[in-house]
Design a protein around this ligand. Structure first.
Ligand code: ADP
Length: 304
């Protein structure tokens, strides 16, 4: 199963992109919807919220009064922790349950508005960020969702910045233009990267060897390496002692083949953990060498 994280600021076009990915066959898991479901009337989640915060967080019809809960739960850290302790485990369990329903060759798209804010990027094989200029997003939220303009601006200001989202984006989808533009990008991404990536991970196949012709230095190489490092760390856990970006792409200013080279020092066998995270081993490669399965990002990892 390939796990794709999808995020972006409110009104940027996550739902639009998610719908298209679902049409291609992805299993879309909507984090916001799950967060609502676990506190619907009749759930033990809602019963616990009421036990913790009182009956006055309910509306007359017995559903959650979100503004009333927010006023209480976000008043101080202790209250916030209390609410998170009720909601987070339930969201986690439901998300795992839905992911468990994906086929072995399935592609799961996890639509998570707060992916960056909650530091979740490293747990996906690929992270897609949908972006559009804040003014464009305000206009869309006001015109098509009927949100008050001040509300739209406040929501945007409270979320991660475009710079923070850039750091985690393996794929940056600019949805500032007509919907057809981003949708055709999504179509190409699905066919050229996501589908072959899933097959590569499932079959433990590395991506084809890239051209080793040097290209001009890319200033984003170190940031790209950090993303891969975070993924590797999440995959190997305490078995990994140290991981670093090495080789010519780590040298400022130098031309290099477009391959991110990493060196991982491990205290136990991590072959399977790396393979499952998208860095399998080709049996023809020298021992200890893993390579990326993502058709869009050549990576080598030397495990010592
Ligand atoms: P998000 O899920 O990121 O909050 P949505 O996909 O719901 O964003 O998009 C916000 C609103 O803008 C929706 O009403 C959607 O139909 C509309 N929208 C999305 N993309 C575009 C676009 N490229 N041009 C115009 N309107 C768009």
């Amino acid at each position: 199963m390939l796990r794709v994280g999808l995020t972006g600021g409110i009104g940027a076009g996550k739902s639009t992109v998610a719908t298209r990915l679902a049409e291609h066959g992805a299993l879309v898991i909507d984090a916001d919807r799950i967060a609502r479901e676990v506190v619907e009337p009749g759930t033990d989640g809602l019963a616990e919220v009421v036990a913790a915060f009182g009956e006055d967080v309910l509306t007359d019809d017995g559903s959650l009064n979100r503004p009333a809960l927010a006023a209480k739960a976000f008043a101080d850290d202790e209250s916030r922790r209390k609410l998170n302790a009720i909601v987070h485990p339930r969201v986690g369990a439901r998300t795992a349950e839905l992911m468990g329903q994906a086929a072995a060759d399935g592609i799961v798209v996890h639509d998570v508005p707060l992916l960056v804010e909650n530091g979740l990027a490293a747990h996906y094989h690929l992270v897609l960020v949908v972006d559009a200029d804040p003014e464009v997003r305000v206009r869309r939220l006001v015109e098509s969702r009927g949100m008050a303009e001040a509300d739209a601006r406040a929501r945007i200001a409270a979320q991660a910045s475009p710079e923070q989202r850039r750091l985690v984006a393996d794929v940056w989808l600019d949805n500032g233009g007509a919907p057809d533009i981003v949708l055709s990008e999504v179509d190409a991404l699905w066919a050229d990267r996501i589908v072959p990536y899933e097959a590569n991970v499932r079959l433990r196949r590395v991506r084809p060897l890239p051209s080793l012709k040097p290209v001009p230095h890319d200033d984003t190489w170190p940031v790209q390496a950090e993303r891969v490092i975070a993924r590797v760390r999440a995959a190997v856990g305490p078995k990994g002692e140290n991981i670093e970006h090495i080789g010519p792409t780590a040298e400022p200013g130098t031309e290099a083949p477009d391959v991110i080279d990493l060196r991982l020092t491990a205290n136990a066998d991590v072959t399977e953990e790396l393979a499952a995270a998208g860095f399998p081993r080709d049996p023809e490669d020298p021992p200890g060498l893993h390579r990326g399965a993502d058709p869009g990002r050549p990576v080598t990892i030397s495990v010592v």
